[in-house]
Design a protein around this ligand. Sequence first.
Ligand SMILES: [Zn+2]
Length: 459
Amino acid sequence: MSDYNIDRTSHIDIVQNPDVKTILDNCDYMREPTGNEINDIISHFVSVPDREFSLPQKVISIDGSNYEASIRKELPFTRIGFVKIGNLLIKRNDFKKISDGNFVNPFEVSKISKNNSSLSFALPSTNMCYKGENNVRDSFRRTMDEALYNCRFSESDASTSLRTTLFRMAELRLEGSNNNGSILLFKCPSCGTENLELWDIPETQHCPHCGNVIYPSDCLRIWEDISDSGSNQSALTRFTNALMHLLVVHYIRLLKEKNPDSYLNSLSDLCFIINGPLAVFGNPAWLHSSILKYLYDINKELTDSGRPPIIVMGVLKTGAICDYYKMIGSFVAKNSIFSVSDGFRNKYINFDRRPSATTFGAETYYGQDFLLKTETGKLFVFNALLPFRDKHNKTCFKDEKANLLNYSNIGTYAKLIEEFECDLDSASLVPIALAKKYTTITLEPGGKVLDLLAKNALN
Ligand SMILES: [Zn+2]
């Protein structure tokens, strides 16, 4: 897109262009609210409810990034893809120790981010074939499946792989249809034969019709976006997005399956903070509904046993809703919150106004958008886990998802945000800033965020 980069001056030139002006004059788009609108907008906000539960001690933050690079400067059309998912464990007490006092030891700051790991995946992209495959698409499929299969908590135990977590999600997808643990592949990537069964086994599996290899991870349908000659950036982005959210379930699944006697205790002291909305986009979007079911069931187990539900939070920093909130934020009272309804969104934020029967995020989101203004006046757009197992009843879902009363731990979410407010990046949280540090794909030595964090805490 670099050819279309427009600096500020030329941006003004374009807006002043008579043809552009004519179009603009005839368009509806986001703008500053006026008198009555301001009253309407602030009337939606209510005081943040008191924290319902004690805050979990352990925070896992997840961020992902990806990059497509040519392997040599002289070969711009021979590219490799790189995906990095940072997942960081922060203990709240450790963080408080360094942020409450007057003196901050920078070594302490780096210590709290020591429990980090990042997953890296290199994937063949434009004009590159892997292990003798015939084309980029098949190379990408094979590498991706190998990566998910080999990404294990315990190296010798294949059932601790991300691929097995994907099988669990596929099982939930086919719930109630006599599923026996297999993945039902929509179609064979080679011949198009529909509804192929795949098993969680180490052996290579083949399409019964054409005999070509089929992979369990083909069910994410990311391969459909792969082309031999163009950029595969969007496929990399889809993969990154799907992985970040799969990872939440993966952690919980491993805790549960490996510690059947104690996992509820572990989970009640754990939460997840993810960079971006709680949503899976594009072809792998089906994952979101399985994740929702899985997390709902876990929360039911937790609450049935008298424990608080788990916090799974998405923090949004970009997008139309963030742009809009920045514009109206100064009118909103401190310590107030709003669960964004479709009505509000359609009136002020989104300019896709098809009167469709569906509701915002119906096919992608497992979280709900909230606008929060903290006690210190900072503005946050975040997602809380939806309090439903599925969205089958669309009309009911549309109304109930925006009802604050359905969120039994929303005050706890808000409290957690307040605790982790980040001074260096006003709309971000410390765990996200730290996770970002481990996913930023850069050749320069890192450490800047930590330095800044340390400095800021000193001031
Ligand atoms: Zn086939």
